[in-house]
Write a protein that binds this ligand. Structure first.
Ligand code: ADP
Length: 246
């Protein structure tokens, strides 16, 4: 369902992704781990073309884009692919001047052209799902970080993406608020949402991932099930990285 082939990305002279291949089936959860600077966020941002790769291809939701001849990629294709994804950022990025309800309705109205009535109905269903229906009239600054992140998840879900992308969704949170966000993510995984998650939460990764990739220096160092990657890594460098965490 998602297939990334030989993906390369540089920022100026800095090569950040050096030939990445990823396959993920519909309904599965991929967790990306690895040391800081290894290219995790850049790879995630390539999934929805917040970063445009220099080379390689991405197939997602029945659409395939080949970046090796990037002149052929129109802005329309970029927009279409992006609409198949929902992104949850480390810093929530809610619209500060809109209520919680407004945040979850916005994309449905502007992108999906739903009526306000429909958008409100779906927004309330999603806010219920993330446990925040009673905060629908609040503004983001009136919520805790954990609550804001749960709204961000509801907002990302609202446009019915093929895949949800999470960029270190709990790393800006106070420790006591991490659990409530991970719980919502686990629930989505159990419901069969396809997800790609960059995280440092190893226990969560072990619980929720169908597949883990461990990146180092723009390459995939290890790839497999949580047991394979976290408990039986093949390379010394992977063992060193995992030992540093424990
Ligand atoms: P990770 O998520 O594993 O910490 P990143 O993908 O954020 O790694 O970054 C990988 C490398 O790319 C780092 O050296 C980072 O400084 C660099 N980088 C990321 N984004 C940009 C950018 N927009 N411009 C220049 N360098 C960048």
């Amino acid at each position: 369902m998602i297939e990334i082939l030989d993906l390369h990305k540089s920022f100026g002279a800095l090569k950040v992704l050096k030939g990445i291949n990823v396959k993920l089936e519909h309904g599965k959860v991929l967790v990306i781990i690895g040391p800081s600077g290894s290219g995790k966020t850049t790879l995630l941002r390539c999934f929805n073309l917040l970063e445009v790769p220099d080379q390689g291809s991405i197939e997602l939701g029945g659409m395939k884009l080949n970046f090796t001849d990037s002149k052929k990629i129109s802005q329309n294709n970029v927009v279409t692919l992006r609409q198949k994804t929902g992104m949850v950022f480390q810093s929530y990025n809610l619209f500060p001047h809109m209520t919680v309800l407004g945040n979850v309705m916005e994309g449905q109205i502007t992108v999906q052209k739903r009526s306000k009535v429909e958008a409100r109905k779906r927004a309330m269903v999603l806010l219920e799902k993330v446990g925040l229906a009673d905060k629908s009239d609040s503004y983001p600054h009136q919520l805790s970080g954990g609550q804001q992140q749960r709204v961000a998840i509801a907002r990302a879900m609202a446009v019915e993406p093929e895949v949800l992308l999470f960029d270190e969704p709990t790393s800006a949170l106070d420790p006591e608020l991490v659990g409530e966000v991970l719980k919502v993510m686990k629930q989505l995984a159990a419901e069969g949402m396809t997800m790609v998650i960059v995280t440092h939460e190893m226990k969560f990764a072990a619980d929720v991932a169908d597949k883990i990739i461990l990146m180092e220096d723009g390459h995939i160092l290890e790839e497999g099930t949580p047991v394979e990657v976290l408990e039986h890594p093949k390379s010394t460098r992977a063992r060193q990285f995992l030992n540093r965490l424990s």
